[in-house]
Design a binder for this molecule. Structure first.
Ligand SMILES: NC(=O)C1=CN([C@@H]2O[C@H](COP(=O)(O)OP(=O)(O)OC[C@H]3O[C@@H](n4cnc5c(N)ncnc54)[C@H](OP(=O)(O)O)[C@@H]3O)[C@@H](O)[C@H]2O)C=CC1
Ligand SMILES: O=C(O)C1=N[C@H](C(=O)O)C[C@H](O)C1
Length: 264
């Protein structure tokens, strides 16, 4: 049986991840339907023979699935347009506001959406372990802090991955992250509140992406850490998600669904 070819569009094709996505789509044997960027001129000469669309609707029309690694300001609108065209979305962009997240979930009532702050298999597993630890280690005894480090160009903080790990811990503890999140400590903050999940964001050089979650009690400390050596890991995972999502009904999925991990 021949597998029907898949036309994949890339929103943000000129970006650090977008360029790798283009290589991975072609390398995996899929059709690169085209790409969009904020300033399409930034791609000229870089990706010869790849159609560039100034209008995102035209990219949606030309694709079966669009992979979006752009900016929070534009991703939710992209999801709405894809819902109108009935095309699936793989969304990697981070830093979305609660309203933008809600718009993506509304689009997922009409189309299949895979949304992940981190497409690496390793982080998907770290999140599961963090949830189990949140469940097993009482908030009264174990303080949780999440530290992330990224390259100097990153525009959002804490990283989407750090927040997703925080959500996993909060899920395990049966609380909402919004109620216990403590980021950006500065000045006379007062003592740490029991049950809070703290965040620290470091920026410098060309660090691809590093995350560590620490559970610290009076007697011990457990650290879970992940380091991405090459951002190609995100592109490979996103293309895998695009291949998976083509056969899915409308719905909101994560990387654990793509990897076929059983529900916790
Ligand atoms: N889920 C995951 O696994 C990962 C997620 N990310 C996230 O992906 C996103 C992109 O990261 P990265 O590739 O490093 O970013 P870059 O800044 O390198 O690339 C962003 C791309 O999006 C385009 N873009 C930026 N702003 C807009 C806008 N307002 N409207 C339309 N297009 C826009 C840029 O176009 P132009 O060049 O013309 O400005 C460029 O093509 C970030 O949110 C990042 O956190 C990153 C790595 C892994
Ligand atoms: O902007 C990046 O580079 C990354 N962003 C994602 C995030 O915000 O978690 C994933 C990865 O850590 C790289």
């Amino acid at each position: 049986m021949t597998v029907p070819s898949l036309k994949i569009g890339i929103a943000g094709i000129s970006g650090r991840v977008g360029r790798l996505l283009a290589e991975e789509v072609i390398g995996a044997g899929f059709i690169l339907a085209g790409g969009s960027a904020r300033h399409p001129s930034s791609v000229k000469g870089l990706l010869a023979n790849v159609p560039l669309f100034a209008d995102f609707s035209a990219l949606a029309d030309a694709s079966d699935v669009v992979i979006d690694f752009t900016h929070a300001d534009t991703s939710a609108r992209h999801a709405e347009i894809l819902a109108d065209y009935g095309k699936a979305l793989v969304l990697g962009t981070t830093g979305l506001s609660p309203e933008q997240e809600a718009a993506v979930k509304t689009a997922a009532k009409k189309i299949a959406v895979v949304h992940a702050a981190n497409f690496s298999p390793g982080v998907t597993l770290v999140r599961r372990l963090a949830r189990m630890m949140g469940q097993a280690l009482p908030a009264e005894s174990y303080d949780v802090e999440i530290v992330e480090m990224h390259h100097r160009q990153k525009v959002d903080a804490p990283s989407g991955t750090a927040l997703a790990i925080g959500e996993s811990v909060a899920d395990g503890r049966g609380v909402s992250l919004a109620d216990v999140k403590d980021s950006g400590r500065d000045g006379h903050t007062g003592a740490r509140k029991t049950g809070d999940i703290g965040f620290a964001a470091l920026r410098g050089g060309q660090i691809v992406g590093e995350h560590e979650v620490l559970f610290t009690s009076a007697d011990e400390q457990i650290r879970l850490s992940h380091r991405a050596f090459d951002r190609r890991i995100f592109a490979t995972g996103a293309v895998r998600a695009a291949d998976w999502v083509r056969n899915q009904p409308a719905g909101y999925f994560g990387m654990e669904d793509v990897l076929g991990l059983p529900p916790l």
